[in-house]
Design a protein around this ligand. Structure first.
Ligand code: GTP
Length: 391
């Protein structure tokens, strides 16, 4: 099952609209509360294309999940987790994705695969494998783990040819990555609030746009919060995605990003939206005041909806290798991450970073990206990834 997300029926009816409490009163640290700033603009799509606010969720007769390759078309399934191993022949759509993934990971994969071109399994092969894994930014711990696993399995299976070691490595990598597999669930709360963070240019807005498209295509009503109040281009970029998908957006020039987030979540509750996605400005973990701003956004979102945010996603640029792992650790300690989106795995030689994450900070990877197009972002599957990497 490769649904882009999974919809779960809400346990309780949608709550009543929240009182419009001023944000600055809710946050003691709010020294820049937007008292003088213009009120956030809520831009609604044209009436003809308006989402059906309050319309019943189509959960009564969900379509059967597509086997081994359905995209969002199989999203409206009952909330049960039945992991299905990829079949030998994936659906054509999924196969196209696997081809793009293999293509994207070629640089990382070919460097590792070269290790297995010799004629025998010896210390030299293991040394080369260690070097190749480290160069792929797999990290010392994951590299050691994989080497130990491979040696153990070579001994227990009696493998004699390097190509067999490659298959054993692929299997060991898939096992290491398996705990990172998770499906994004929406619908258990209304709205499901997703906060998205990351360093500058990691691909946050693009990923939000793609996710929004998938959600909207499946009939989920989405409201976007442009909580990057500083960069006009960021707001415009998000507005373009909102426009394209005829979803609403709460945006504000200047002022407090936490205030925009509060307004967006409040509006999402009042209008019965399924999902509110908060796009935050890019920042480095070393910019402590900006990290504090993120914590404030999270606190204020909680004021607007007690159990929110339900997902705190970090978008990382897979091309940054070990640095991405450092980001995961820093953002996790600041925010408590619930999931990752790993972008830009196309053309990178550092795709081993996922193994490092699995070994050192195993936070679920909801989506991986191999390009800028809509179809270049997909759900993460450990076995697919290992196979795409090692052929
Ligand atoms: N090659 C490649 N490019 C990507 C991918 N995902 C996003 N991009 C590109 O990366 C650039 C930055 O993406 P954005 O979505 O603007 O990044 P951001 O994190 O929102 O940026 P800030 O708002 O500045 O922090 C854009 O040109 C995207 O098209 C990917 O998977 N592969």
């Amino acid at each position: 099952m490769f649904s882009f997300f999974r919809r779960k029926p809400a346990a309780t009816p949608a709550p009543a609209p929240v009182p419009a409490a001023p944000v600055q009163d809710l946050t003691p640290a709010a020294t820049t509360a937007p008292t003088a700033a213009p009120a956030p603009q809520v831009t609604a799509p044209p009436p003809t294309a308006a989402p059906q606010v309050g319309a019943p969720l189509p959960t009564a007769a969900p379509p059967a999940p597509a086997q081994g390759g359905g995209l969002i078309g199989s999203a409206l399934v009952r909330p049960m987790d039945v992991p299905v191993a990829p079949t030998a022949t994936p659906a054509p759509e999924r196969q196209r994705w696997l081809d793009r993934l293999s293509q994207g990971l070629r640089k990382t994969g070919s460097n590792i695969a070269e290790v297995f071109t010799g004629g025998q399994i010896d210390d030299n092969l293991y040394e080369e494998l260690e070097t190749a894994l480290l160069l792929a930014d797999t990290g010392v711990k994951a590299t050691q783990h994989l080497l130990d696993e491979v040696k153990r399995k070579v001994a227990s299976t009696g493998a004699t040819r390097p190509v067999q070691v490659k298959n054993i490595l692929s299997e060991s990598l898939a096992q290491l990555l398996k705990p990172l597999e998770k499906t994004l669930v929406i619908g258990a709360q209304q709205p499901t609030v997703i906060m998205v963070a990351g360093v500058n240019g990691a691909g946050k807005t693009t990923s939000i746009g793609k996710l929004t498209k998938h959600l909207a295509d499946e009939g989920a009503s989405v409201l976007l919060a442009a909580a990057d109040t500083f960069r006009a281009a960021a707001r415009e970029q998000l507005a373009v995605w909102a426009d394209r998908n005829t979803v609403e957006i709460v945006s504000q020039e200047g002022g407090d990003p936490a205030a925009v987030s509060f307004d967006a979540v409040s509006a999402g509750r009042a209008r019965g939206k399924d999902v509110v996605i908060v796009d935050t400005a890019g920042r480095l973990p070393t910019q402590l005041h900006l990290m504090e701003e993120l914590r404030k956004i999270k606190r204020v979102v909680q004021k607007a909806q007690a159990d929110a945010p339900h997902e705190v996603l970090l978008v990382i640029d897979g091309n940054t290798g070990q640095n991405a792992l450092a980001q995961v650790k820093a953002f996790d300690s600041a925010l408590g991450l619930t999931g990752l989106v790993v972008t830009k795995l196309d053309g990178t030689a550092k795709g081993g970073v996922l193994a490092a994450i699995a070994q050192e900070q195993p936070i679920p990877v909801y989506f991986i990206g191999v390009g800028e197009k809509l179809e270049d972002l997909e759900t993460f599957n450990a076995r697919e990834f290992a196979q795409a990497l090692l052929g």
